[in-house]
Design a protein around this ligand. Structure first.
Ligand SMILES: [Zn+2]
Ligand SMILES: [Zn+2]
Length: 150
């Protein structure tokens, strides 16, 4: 458990490869409107990591989606790669990049109040609204109407 799980992932074309150690075996889903516009549906990602090894940087485009975050994709094949959270210099990688994450558990859903009605994920788990996400991850930050993820 403390060791984490070593994962190897790649984009569709293989131009970008990622080696990382997942701190746990959890996947989280973000239903916010930006994630859905970005990827066409909920963003399923692994826990934030700060020390991944990324090959193929030359193929990666980082779109600055807010003052505090970037969303990256492969310029060659369009695969959505990661959400980068600048205050922590942390990467939330798309779970789909990693075959080794297929046995992981969907452990948390965030921005549940922005989820459209046309889908639901079955099962019981923590489901946080935008306000609850703000309270959990950005305590004490005032005057921010939109926080993580963006
Ligand atoms: Zn690619
Ligand atoms: Zn989101």
């Amino acid at each position: 458990m403390a060791e984490g799980t070593k994962l190897e992932g790649q984009c569709l074309c293989g131009g970008v490869r990622v080696l990382m150690t997942a701190p746990d075996r959890h996947v989280e889903a973000c239903h916010c409107s930006m994630c859905r516009r970005w990827g066409g549906g909920a963003f399923l990602s692994l826990k934030l990591v700060t020390d991944p090894a990324i090959e193929g940087e030359e193929h990666i485009v980082r779109y600055p989606s807010s003052a505090w975050a970037e969303r990256a994709f492969c310029a060659r094949c369009g695969t959505h790669l990661f959400y980068f959270y600048k205050p922590k210099a942390g990467y939330s990688f798309a779970a789909g990049l990693f075959d080794g994450a297929e046995g992981f558990e969907l452990a948390e859903e965030i921005f549940i109040d922005e989820k459209p009605g046309y889908y639901d994920f079955a099962g019981e788990r923590e489901r946080l609204t935008a306000a609850e996400v703000r309270a959990k991850y950005s305590p004490g930050r005032r005057g921010i109407t939109r926080t993580l993820p963006s």
